[in-house]
Design a protein around this ligand. Structure first.
Ligand code: K1U
Ligand code: ZN
Length: 167
């Protein structure tokens, strides 16, 4: 297993639209294990393949405190959304920046599991927020891009300053 490097905003590669997984192989399963290990080590509650510069439609999520409820979604699709929920989000690609985003309160998501078996999940609250946040990554969208251009430019300046001082 391996801990992978997470792309940092405003890296342009975070704006890549991921392509569907056509075949689930042992290589896909190794990638999923590495993504889970990277997420737990960060620590975080979700990770999209986009964030580790792999542009395939794969996300991993574990919102449990015990780190034993890993959800793997391959080629996820949201088929229903209900209500509205505002949550203070964070992102491993934008560390130290937190802010509110309005999303659906509950979602129905269909996807393939790591064996390629289709499943459907109805969920709400934090897991629903996290699914929507990670699916945005697969579309090349980062949560700060829901905010005003002014707020986004302040985030970009902060991130660039931090990246310069880390060099
Ligand atoms: O996509 C990511 O970068 C992961 C992100 C997921 C997320 C968090 C909050 C709302 C929506 C989506 C994170 O995991 S940020 C870190 C975080 O939330 C956390 C870290 C440690 C313990 C608990 C939460
Ligand atoms: Zn994120």
């Amino acid at each position: 297993m391996a801990i992978l490097k997470i792309l940092q905003y405003p890296d342009e590669r975070l704006h890549t639209v991921a392509t569907p997984v056509s075949e689930i192989t042992d290589q896909t399963r190794t990638l999923i294990q590495d993504m889970a290990e990277t997420m737990y080590a960060a620590p975080g509650i979700g990770l999209a393949a986009t964030q580790i510069d792999v542009h395939q439609r794969i996300i991993v999520i574990d919102t449990s405190e015990t780190h034993d409820q890993l959800h793997v979604f391959i080629n996820p699709e949201i088929t229903a959304r209900h209500g509205e929920f505002e949550y203070e989000e964070g992102c491993l690609s934008v560390p130290g920046i937190y802010g509110k985003v309005k999303r659906a309160e509950s979602v129905t998501v269909s996807a393939l599991d790591k064996e390629g078996k289709p499943f459907t999940l109805d969920t709400s609250g934090l897991l629903a927020v996290c699914i929507q946040h990670e699916m945005d990554h697969l579309e090349g969208k980062v949560f700060v891009e829901y905010w005003s251009k002014f707020k986004q430019s302040r985030v970009i300046a902060k991130m660039k300053k931090r990246q310069r001082s880390a060099m």
